[in-house]
Write a protein that binds this ligand. Structure first.
Ligand SMILES: Nc1ncnc2c1ncn2[C@@H]1O[C@H](COP(=O)(O)OP(=O)(O)O)[C@@H](O)[C@H]1O
Ligand SMILES: [Mg+2]
Length: 398
């Protein structure tokens, strides 16, 4: 995969920082990419496993509304993901910058795109046709970007779960508190419908410019998710048609059985409501143009790339991803699912010098050691026998 020139930081989340970078190739053609670097303070075993899990899931996902992940890199012991560079803003910054509800057509377009991305992830299957059971678990405005080309992208599969591998499917709630579903709070059974609930919260926020469950403390937020009345979006924004408000309300049902069964059903409902209410269909270029006007870009990708070449703070060398090693420690991985995941094409060839001993190398080493000790024992035994024979002869012919 060549080497990478690191540029400025373009984003940050709970676990990592995102940098613009230029991927250099041997033939002299470079390209702008984004590199997600795990925070050095979080390098414990669990976090490393989570980071590799994110890499394994996201490199499998190829969908126009999901950020493309190229592979795993390592720089001085820090794990990094190389991704496509997205020139745009996340929904959290977008709402902060605009400070008012998005036009209904724009909000519907973004929500429908996120629903398409989620459906692709939920439906991802292994080569045997078995669904991996991916649940994103962290759908929130921070984890959705809109680009200046007019594409919506779902990011950050950092805490996504695979029902085919994860043993404890009713684990402690994860994800940003204000977007988790009631069944996550009550340690209920989780499935793809938690992502539908989260998308409902995000859409509510896009249409009202108000946080639905965000409160002053985590406790209050959780209490709001479980108990508070969920206001109809139309009480805040009268321009929202009644059936769009109903879609939001259905996604936000506290009982998962009452929500949409899958994200595709929600996407279809959104598009139908758009058409039946005569809401303008927002194309990709129209979304891009709207975004440029709402939040003008600070840098162009070309400026960022030039800046990297001129001021680069360091080079990242591609190294072996080591993905197969931690995978073997995943709890109760079904052989089938594990096979598919470890079958991920390695992002780059392993340099022989830094390659860790594989199971066969280790076995070979152990076998060699064993034969060596057997040889020593036999030789020692032979020497003892000769000495005894000499002693015997000496006594006999004295
Ligand atoms: N590929 C990318 N291109 C440009 N910006 C990105 C990209 N990926 C992430 N970002 C920015 O970085 C922020 C944090 O990224 P994310 O993957 O969510 O990190 P974390 O897992 O630490 O939450 C995002 O909200 C977004 O603003
Ligand atoms: Mg994030």
């Amino acid at each position: 995969m060549g080497s990478y020139l690191l540029g400025r930081r373009i984003g940050a989340g709970g676990m990592s920082s995102i940098y613009a970078a230029r991927q250099e190739s041997r033939v002299g053609i470079g390209r702008l990419v984004a590199v997600k670097m795990m925070n050095p303070a979080l390098r414990d075993r669990t976090r490393i496993k989570m980071f590799l899990r994110e890499a394994l899931i996201s490199t499998q996902l190829e969908h126009p509304n999901i950020v493309r992940t190229y592979g795993v890199l390592r720089s001085r012991g820090r794990l990094c993901l190389a991704m496509e560079f997205l020139h745009g803003v996340n929904l959290s910054s977008l709402l902060r910058e605009t400070g008012k509800p998005l036009p209904v057509g724009v909000a519907l377009k973004i929500a429908a795109d996120v629903a398409a991305a989620l459906h692709a992830a939920h439906e991802l299957r292994d080569s045997h046709g078995t669904r991996l059971g991916i649940v994103h678990q962290d759908v929130s405005p921070h984890n959705v970007m809109v680009t200046y080309e007019g594409t919506t992208k779902l990011l950050d599969f950092g805490i996504a779960r695979l029902s085919s591998i994860d043993a404890s499917w009713t684990a402690a709630p994860k994800g940003k508190t204000a977007y988790i579903a009631p069944e996550q709070v009550t340690y209920g059974k989780l499935d793809r419908r938690v992502d539908i609930f989260a998308l409902g919260v995000v859409l509510h926020e896009l249409l009202t410019a108000k946080r639905l469950f965000g409160r002053d403390s985590v406790g209050q937020t959780i209490s709001a998710i479980v108990n508070d009345d969920i206001p109809d979006v139309r009480t805040v924004n009268e321009s929202v048609p009644a059936d769009v408000a109903e879609i939001v309300a259905r996604a936000l049902e506290r009982d998962p059985k009452k929500r949409y069964g899958d994200a595709e059903a929600m996407r279809e409902a959104l598009l139908e409501a758009r058409d039946s209410n005569g809401i303008e269909r927002v194309s990709g270029p129209a979304l891009g143009a709207w975004l440029r006007n709402a939040v003008p870009p600070v840098h162009s990708p070309a400026e960022l790339e030039n800046e990297i070449v001129l001021t680069s703070s360091g080079t990242l060398k591609a190294s072996h991803p080591h993905v197969s090693e931690p995978l073997t420690h995943l709890p109760r991985a079904s052989r089938r699912a594990r096979g598919v995941l470890s079958g991920m094409p390695p992002a780059m060839p392993p340099p022989p010098a830094s390659r860790p001993p594989t199971a066969t190398t280790a076995q070979r080493t152990a076998t060699t050691r064993f034969s060596m000790s057997l040889l020593t024992a036999t030789a020692a035994f032979g020497v003892v026998l000769i000495v005894l024979a000499f002693l015997f002869l000496a006594v006999r012919f004295r």
